[in-house]
Design a protein around this ligand. Structure first.
Ligand code: NDP
Length: 399
């Protein structure tokens, strides 16, 4: 029987919800490319309830305990001696969400001799040292597509809120003001702007599709080019690299995974190639950007705004400069963990665990690492190596 350790974010400060604003959520059965949504044999949770926090337990307890497995759920994941580290020596499965990542560094993997499966309840397994996982033969899987559309919606919201100067204008109202001139001296229309995505995978393409009706000019760069029919339908301009794209775009959105090839791709040198006054939206991973270079670009005016929900490390220490830099629209990492998304990734986790314990193969589209190498989606979209360096700084959030 296995020990499953599940690292989830804390419950709301006022306690686990007793009711919700809405009574149901739409059921998505098939994603835009035809991939089916998760297909577990059954679920033990109500879709639309809070599953991603500690008391939600991803709806897994009944299922696991009825089969004799042990489930440990904790939010205590950072710093020496944290609960996660205490549980690692006999854990077979570690489940973690990118929003509150259980960093599985090489050192921690060495403390987990029985670990066989590292499962991401969401998308993006960069919190795991994939190189060390490959060397140890650990399977790494994530719930591909579960929240890609959730993020694409968030990207559109953030683009509009930056370009139209929504957040500062809202603050004037809350403060009792009517300062129209203060609000509009940084407010523009999106119409007619050049908008580009770095990566046109599930999220990037969904962003392009959602922006088309805004009458903008759309650009993308990706390692694999989209079908010509899609380029034509959306009137896309393809760029061979990020540098070429940022030179012409007013708005840039990052939608690639974090892996050694993409770490710190947006640094001082790259930012110098942006158009002055560009907006940068990053809901992919904080470490795609050089933290301090972003601050410098906002302070100098090279960037007119920066928004996103991803930081490094997570949770971001209280003194992380992105909390206080000018013209930002940052939130905690929330875009992929709406109640709607949680229902899908909780079902996906259940599907993967059913496969794992019954000895059935995990869907290829969920695999990142298997059999000592990148596999499935991981083989297409990641590069080998490790991007967890510096993650121990997450412990400073507590301190
Ligand atoms: P996909 O795998 O569908 O798309 C990733 C795309 O990135 C692929 O098209 C891939 O290209 C491309 N890519 C990889 N490396 C590069 C590179 N060096 N340069 C340009 N493009 C590159 O994943 P999703 O769209 O669903 O998700 C993307 C990322 O978004 C996730 O990995 C995760 O980090 C983040 N995310 C954030 C969430 C949040 O809550 N904020 C939630 C979900 C995801 P190709 O395959 O053609 O090689």
């Amino acid at each position: 029987m296995a020990k499953v350790v599940c690292v989830l974010y804390d419950d709301p400060v006022d306690g686990y919800p007793k009711s919700y604003p809405r009574d149901s959520i739409p059921e998505i059965k098939v994603y835009p490319d035809g991939q089916t949504a998760p297909t577990p044999k059954s679920i033990d949770f109500v879709p639309g309830t809070l599953l991603g926090s500690v008391s939600g337990e991803l709806g897994l307890r009944k299922f696991l305990e009825s089969q004799g497995h042990t489930l440990v759920v904790t939010s205590d994941k950072d710093g020496p001696g944290c609960r996660l580290e205490q549980e690692l020596p006999d854990a077979e499965v570690v489940i973690s969400q990118p929003f509150w990542p259980a960093y599985l560094t090489r050192e921690r993997i060495a403390k987990a001799p029985k670990l066989k499966l590292a499962l991401t309840a969401g998308i993006g397994s960069d919190h795991i040292d994939l190189q060390a996982a490959m060397e140890r033969g650990i399977t790494v899987a994530e719930i591909t597509y579960c929240n890609s559309i959730s993020v694409a919606e968030h990207v559109v919201m953030m683009i509009l809120s930056l370009v139209r100067n929504y957040l500062p204008s809202y603050q004037w109202v809350v403060r009792g003001g009517w300062n129209i001139a203060d609000c509009v001296t940084r407010s523009y229309d999106l119409e007619g702007m050049e908008v580009g995505t770095v990566a046109a995978g599930r999220i990037g393409l969904a962003v392009l599709r959602r922006l088309k009706p805004f009458d903008v000019k759309l650009h993308y760069t990706d390692r694999h080019r989209l079908p010509a029919s899609v380029e034509k339908e959306l009137n896309l301009t393809w760029h061979p690299n990020t540098e070429s794209l940022v030179r012409v775009c007013d708005v840039v959105t990052l939608n690639c995974p974090l892996h050694p090839e993409t770490e710190h791709m947006i640094d001082d040198a790259m930012l110098a190639k942006f158009k002055r006054g560009a907006y940068l939206i990053n809901t992919a991973r904080g470490k795609l950007c050089d933290r301090d270079a972003i601050v410098r670009a906002l302070e100098s005016g090279q960037l007119a705004g920066y928004a996103g929900d991803v930081w490094f490390p997570q949770p971001a220490p209280k003194d992380h400069p992105w909390r206080t830099m000018p013209h930002h629209g940052m939130t905690p990492h929330i875009s992929g963990t709406s109640l709607s998304a949680q229902a899908r990734y909780a079902a996906g986790v259940r599907e993967v665990l059913e496969c794992w314990f019954e000895g059935r193969p995990i869907r290829d589209e969920y695999l990142i690492v298997q059999g000592g190498q990148l596999a499935g989606v991981g083989a297409r979209s990641y590069s080998a190596g490790d991007t967890t360096g510096g993650s121990e700084d997450a412990a400073r959030f507590k301190g």
